[in-house]
Design a protein around this ligand. Structure first.
Ligand SMILES: C[S@@+](CC[C@H](N)C(=O)[O-])C[C@H]1O[C@@H](n2cnc3c(N)ncnc32)[C@H](O)[C@@H]1O
Length: 282
């Protein structure tokens, strides 16, 4: 048996040497996963030594993380807006900044709309945005679309596991599966990485996350153009659209929106003061 403190130091230094940021925090998280305990229990004396079985499990987890598999895929779960979501190969891991998009939309809906609205989440992935909005607005109907059947399986499983049943999932390309519906809110966090930048992303992203969740075309704008240009016949006259934006894309997306005839367009910042969201208020 090895002592936990020695183990933690050793794992931290292996992760650090492999170029993994926040190595100490990740070492603790991997240890908690292997021992099936939470962080506060980690330093309790019962766990001051690690049994051989747990040590073997831990070794497997560390090997996966050293190969730069994202921690959330190894753990098979992540938190988003207070929801516990299952994630894994084939679905994008929800990012913290997307929670801010949900907060922004929530504020707008609460301020202006009646609760029995139709919301469309294009490019739903794990379903994170759709689920968070559906939970907060139980009288709303949320339609969630993705082209990936794998992602949709995760999304549907996540809705069921969180007891959320006011979402309709659709398989297909953007508006194709929802042509007959008029929406009060259209939200999307679409693929927005420039094709030529994908090879420059961290290995956790470029080696593991699905490329169809990342690739926004040569200028990163493909999805914004299609979603905004095709919105006219789908968005209610007083409807809103809300997007998460790739780095440096804010002004190009604003131009796309203005060229499509939308005058009331606002850019909002994320927690690191980056221009991250665009809101079109019809
Ligand atoms: C950046 S991920 C966003 C996932 C999720 N909304 C989030 O915020 O974490 C983009 C998603 O778009 C989906 N996608 C790519 N092309 C699509 C298309 N033509 N129509 C619908 N969904 C598409 C991908 O499968 C992926 O799940």
């Amino acid at each position: 048996m090895k002592h936990l403190a020695d183990y933690l130091k050793e794992i931290t230094s292996r992760l650090k040497n492999a170029g993994i940021k926040d190595a100490e925090k990740e070492a603790e998280a991997l240890m908690c996963l292997a021992l099936n305990i939470n962080k506060s229990a980690l330093y309790c004396h019962d766990f001051s030594e690690i049994e051989d079985d747990a040590a073997r499990t831990l070794d497997t987890l560390i090997t996966r993380r050293l190969a730069r598999e994202p921690f959330q895929y190894i753990a098979c779960e992540t938190e988003f807006f207070g929801l516990s979501l299952t994630v894994g190969k084939g679905v994008l891991i929800p990012r913290p900044e997307t929670e801010l998009l949900v907060e922004i939309i929530t504020g707008i809906i609460r301020g202006k709309r009646n609760p029995t609205i139709n919301i469309l989440d294009l490019c739903t992935g794990s379903g994170c945005i759709a689920l968070a909005l559906a939970k907060q607005f139980p009288a709303a109907t949320v339609h969630a679309v993705d082209i990936s059947e794998t992602a949709l399986r995760y999304a549907a499983e996540n809705a069921a596991a969180n007891g959320i049943n006011n979402i309709v999932f659709h398989h297909g390309c953007l508006y194709d599966p929802v042509t007959a519906i008029i929406f009060d809110v259209i939200v999307s966090n679409p693929p927005y990485i420039k094709t030529s930048d994908i090879g420059l992303l961290d290995p956790e992203i470029r080696l593991y996350e699905p490329v169809e969740a990342l690739d926004g075309g040569p200028d990163g704008l493909n999805f914004y153009k299609k979603i905004i240009d095709d919105a006219h016949s789908r968005l209610a006259s007083d409807g809103i659209m809300a997007f998460e934006l790739g780095d440096t894309l804010a002004h190009s997306v604003m131009e796309i929106a203005r060229a499509a005839g939308y005058a009331n367009v606002t850019i909002k910042h994320d927690y690191s003061s980056k221009e991250r969201f665009l809101i079109i208020d019809g």
